[in-house]
Ligand binder design. Structure first.
Ligand SMILES: [Zn+2]
Length: 478
């Protein structure tokens, strides 16, 4: 069994016309558009797959560690229904024993598969099961063991190694995300390996730009050690960032990424920035100082982007590690990040006053606050040359989330102030599924515009291709 080019996957659990309009006129147009983009290469400019997979190219261990334990979309839903994360084999930081039998994890997952009804996770999983493993039946308790065997057997074949899957998925380029202090050894190993798959890194400096990040002061000291700069001074600290950005660019980075509680930015004088830097790195900064520093660093990063060309991604508005118990036991990124209300218009003004009219700067904005689409984000991106809108993020990377984005943002921002699609995933087998869902929803939307004569069909073909491929490549300079 060899993985097929995945967009064509059809089975009872992944029917060929899924997500295309029900109206026959619109469906026929959507079908033509979709057929023109289904097999385009995947450009994945933002995500969280592990570069080690591609560097080592070892077989994935078992079905549970491929589909369940790394995917916080999966275990947050199960957790919400009272399934203990320990029973799902999520590694605990505090030494609590957790389930180590992947078959037991899989059975528990299968017994609870109905919980994913109506969610994008269900679409992604069914697509992967059908396309990669030829499954034709919904996962359930009765077939759990047989499905496990089938997937487990396949994972031992050469065709299911990370690099072979990467190629079968049609990935042209994928970006991973590494912290500013990362040594990028897996990227170095990849670069030396001679494999032609293109895997690039992304500069994610939150651990050294956010005074509320665990270990911030030690992290800043470490930044000094690895760059040979004196990060006890503001100028040395900024120089250290420049050096790390250059190092990341050597491993293909075309973007930085910033995950912050708000979109606040600041543009302080050098003297005020120095004072603030001293306050956050030597004392115990108050909440206002910490927030102001994060905001100042966004503007500093934008200035550095003008020099080195990195695209600046801003992912604000997540209340990270909301569940204190889960954070204490399991750590960060465990599905307990909850969206908060986010202001952009006032928050971004200092940064936009500094660099917003620079046509050579590319700032990609994301939101977890959908009320900002039409009120703030689309008007901003439809005006400032430096701004583009990222695709619906996280909870909104879903069929209805994408439709809401299109309904609320496109008329004001236009398609060409958006950045195409990001899969933003840690779950490797879901990558083709996520891109396929986005392509189907895009084609369904374009077909409606053609059917009611807002767009000519030849324009819709151009846009379908741009949305699936060209916009992401251009916005991220890949
Ligand atoms: Zn991300």
């Amino acid at each position: 069994m060899i993985p097929q080019r995945l967009p064509a996957a059809t089975s009872r659990i992944a029917p060929p016309d899924r997500l295309l309009p029900a109206d026959p006129t619109a469906r026929a147009i959507a079908r033509r558009l979709y057929d023109s983009v289904a097999a385009l290469p995947i450009v994945s400019p933002h995500g969280h797959t592990d570069p080690r997979w591609y560097a080592e190219n070892e077989a994935f261990a078992d079905p549970s560690s491929l589909f369940v334990t790394p995917d916080h979309y999966v275990f947050r839903m199960l957790h919400s229904q009272g399934v203990p994360m320990e029973a799902l084999g999520i590694p605990a930081k505090d030494g609590t024993p957790v389930e180590t039998d992947p078959r037991a994890v899989w059975r528990l997952f299968a017994a609870n598969y109905h919980l994913f009804r109506g969610t994008p996770t269900r679409l992604w999983l069914d697509h992967a099961f059908a396309a990669l493993f030829g499954l034709d039946e919904r996962l359930n308790t009765a077939n759990a063991d047989a499905v496990y065997e089938r997937i487990d057997t396949a994972l031992k074949l050469p065709a299911y190694r990370p690099r072979a899957l990467f190629e079968a998925f049609g990935i042209e380029v994928i970006a991973t995300t590494e912290g500013a202090l990362d040594d990028l050894k897996w990227h170095a190993r990849l670069a030396a390996s001679g494999w032609k798959g293109r895997v690039v890194t992304t500069y994610r400096p939150d651990a050294v730009t956010d005074p509320d990040f665990e270990g911030f002061r030690a992290n800043v000291a470490r930044l000094g050690e690895i760059t040979g700069e004196d990060t006890a001074t503001w100028t040395g600290y900024l120089e250290a960032h420049r050096k790390r950005r250059a190092f990341f660019r050597r491993y293909g980075a075309t973007a930085s990424d910033h995950g912050l509680p708000s979109a606040r930015t600041a543009n302080l004088s050098v003297a005020d920035a120095e004072r603030l830097f001293r306050a956050v790195t030597t004392g115990a900064p108050n909440a206002e100082e910490a927030d102001l520093f994060r905001g100042q660093m966004l503007t500093e990063m934008a200035r550095m982007s003008l020099d080195d060309g990195l695209v600046l991604q801003i992912h604000p508005g997540s209340r990270r590690n909301h569940n204190a118990y889960v954070f204490a036991r399991f750590g960060r990124d465990m599905g307990a990040d909850i969206p908060g209300r986010t202001d952009y218009v006032a928050a971004l003004k200092p940064l936009l006053d500094a660099v917003g009219n620079e046509p050579d700067l590319s700032i990609i904005l994301f939101t977890l606050d959908e009320t900002a689409y039409s009120r703030e984000l689309a008007p901003l991106a439809g005006h400032y040359p430096a701004l583009k809108l990222g695709p619906p993020w996280w909870f909104f990377d879903s069929v209805e989330g994408m439709k809401r984005f299109k309904a609320q943002a496109i008329e004001t921002a236009g398609f060409y102030n958006t950045a195409g699609f990001n899969d933003d995933t840690r779950a490797f087998p879901s990558i083709p599924a996520r891109h396929d869902v986005a392509r189907r929803v895009d084609c369904a939307h374009l077909a409606e515009l053609v059917a009611d004569h807002r767009l000519d069909e030849d324009e819709a073909f151009d846009l379908a291709s741009d949305l699936a491929y060209g916009l992401a490549k251009k916005a991220y300079r890949l």
